[in-house]
Ligand binder design. Sequence first.
Ligand code: SF4
Length: 297
Amino acid sequence: MREPEHLVIRPPSEARSLLVRVVRGCNWNRCNFCGIYDFFDTPFSERSLDEVLQDIDALHGMYGDIFRTAFLGDANPLHLPADFLVTVLSHLRRTFPKLERVTSYARASSLAKKTAEDLKAIHDAGLDRVHVGMESGSDAVLRLQKKGTSQAQLIDAGKKTVVSGMELSYYFLLGLGGQTLWEDHVRGSALVLNEVKPHFARVRRLWIHPMSRLMDKIRTGEFVEQTPEGTVIELRDLVAGLTPSPMVFTCDHANNYIQVHGRIDHDKDAMLGEIDAFLALPEARRREHYRAVPSVI
Ligand code: SF4
């Protein structure tokens, strides 16, 4: 039996998951800050249904039914037709009956194009959660970064996904508005999160790859990078702008300067207290902390 294909990346929360490659690369691949699939020389291409089903069988042959969670990649399996995904998920669930959770990356634009019936069928076939790079809820920032979505679409796609029964993780990128658009970045993102109430809001800090399109914008002065302290203030203002809901808010990437976690309806004040306590430290201590936190892990 041939080797199954490997994913390029997966979310940190899927570190122990069975990884199934459903599609190669990203069908969008234009976000200025990203370029992950270019760096790993992985152009977008679809895989045949047979190839994916055979990979699932090969993974079972290699490991047996030992996994409790599985993750579908690469960047946007939800771009594929619903019946393709239903077949893959049904085969995965039959082959690995001990799976308790199956998740996937998804673009908001692809979720928005699916009907409510499609999303429910995909969920019923076994997809429990989607990880979506919201990055920002500000239309100005989304345009600047060529994210290929909008505030309205993020709200629409998010609400449809929640109604389908799937859990939704929206990822927010501190610093993505730079020093010019940061207030709109935070305000728009709080608005989307308050409207959608995803199950998880996951925070990471923008790291700019030297070869990315965003680095070119820095060189030309079109984008002015946020300061370390500016990203902490963004984090504080975002948390402050969230209205009570059971949403789990988590800074679950090691490149965050401050790691706050909790449910917004229970832990918002504690999280704000933690951030404010940090900002009240002497400047030298804060600078030392910023130097100690790696930009990329
Ligand atoms: S959609 Fe995601 S993977 Fe694709 S280019 Fe944008 S950030 Fe990168």
